[in-house]
Structures are given as C-alpha cells and as structure tokens.
Design a protein. Structure first.
Length: 170
C-alpha cells in the first residue's frame, strides 16, 4: 500500500465491494478480481472505472489495478490490464482510456508506458481526495486513444480466456 494513503479495514473493504457492484450495475463494467489459478488466491483487482471526483480530464474511464505486494512483478497486472483495455476498446467502444497514479509510483508508471499509454506533464494534477501537501497528492495522468491501442503489438486475450467475465463460484 505504498502508494495509497492507508490500508482498508474490513468495513472499508466491504464498502468497496458494494461500490464495485454498484458501478457494474450503473455502467456495465467495473473492477475484476485477480485470482491465481494454481491456488485460487485473491491477488487484487484490475479493470475499468469511472473516477468519482472532478478533474480537468473528466469525464473519463480509467484502467487501474491494485495487487498484493507479493504479486508485483509477476505479470498479473499487465495481463489483466491488457484484457481490461481490450474490453474497453472492443466491447465498450471507448474512444480513450486513462490511467493515473501518484507521481512517485514508478512501478505503475512503467506499466502504463508498457501498455502504450502516453504521458504529458501538462495533465499532472493534485488528487482532490488528498490534502495538497500530502506526499501522494501529486498525480500523473496517462492516456490511450483507441487508434493507438489498435496500432500496438500487444498480445490480446483469447476468446476462450475467462479474464473479464463475471463468474460466481459455487
């Protein structure tokens, strides 16, 4: 949680799940659980969301991810983000998808660049949910237009993959 103000307690985590479900109902897309198939461990989430704050780049749809620290650097975030981007551009027909993070979050910034999103310092902003003096307030915005996504040579998910499908376990 190095790039978030604090870890969620159980009540906050449960409230997040309620907001994720409501987002799916309202928009037809949202955040997906990332589960390791070998042991069915929940590693975190990724997906598309409509940010719940006002900013100069709004309205927008964001691709985002949050994983347990021991799952970092293993390709889970990039694989899932590719599926989310593909869903956003192909199924939803979005013209652009953005991603943002705290300026200091180099790991996520490198992933955004590998995914083909581009950065313009003119888009930097202070996150409105944090005091301007907070160490995480300064944020960077990356953008990916649909045309650029189609030009990229990034392997896409196969139709047989379950990534992005909502599945209820028995």
């Amino acid at each position: 949680m190095a790039h978030f103000p604090a870890a969620l307690d159980r009540g906050e985590s449960d409230a997040l799940v309620v907001r994720i479900e409501a987002h799916f109902e309202r928009h037809g897309f949202g955040l997906w659980a990332i589960e390791r198939l070998a042991d069915r461990r929940l590693l975190g989430f990724t997906g598309l969301g409509v940010p719940g704050f006002e900013a100069p780049f709004m309205p927008a749809v964001e691709v985002g991810w949050r994983l347990a620290a021991d799952a970092w650097g293993q390709g889970y975030a990039s694989e899932a983000a590719v599926a989310a981007l593909d869903d956003g551009f192909e199924r939803l027909g979005l013209a652009e998808i953005v991603s943002f993070t705290a300026r200091e979050n180099e790991r996520s910034r490198r992933l955004m660049a590998r995914l083909g999103l581009f950065y313009d310092p003119a888009d930097d902003f202070l996150h409105p949910a944090l005091p301007a003096t907070h160490r995480l307030a300064a944020h960077v915005l990356y953008r990916l237009p649909r045309e650029r996504w189609h030009e990229l040579a990034i392997p896409r998910p196969r139709a047989s993959d379950t990534c992005g499908e909502r599945q209820d376990r028995p």
